[in-house]
Design a protein around this ligand. Sequence first.
Ligand SMILES: [Mg+2]
Length: 93
Amino acid sequence: MVTLNFLCLDSLTLDAITAEVMRQSAKHGPKAILAPDGTKTDDERFNDLIEEIGEVARARTYDEGDTDKLVKELIQVAAIAAAWAQVVDKRSN
Ligand SMILES: [Mg+2]
């Protein structure tokens, strides 16, 4: 029998993701990732996610060694992905 050790995100990381969603919402208003359906399309959400993934790639190459920059970009990816997941989930329920 295989025993899996499930690890959870720590509260600092979850708080950072939540804070990033709130920061993006304040910055982008009706075009924020959590904007209701019809205001922001899934194509736009996808583009936002890919843009942030590109910034992770940049942080890993041109900004190599800048841990703070890499963490910031990863949190932005997580924020967009989590917010988009919530939109999709609410849409289907
Ligand atoms: Mg970014």
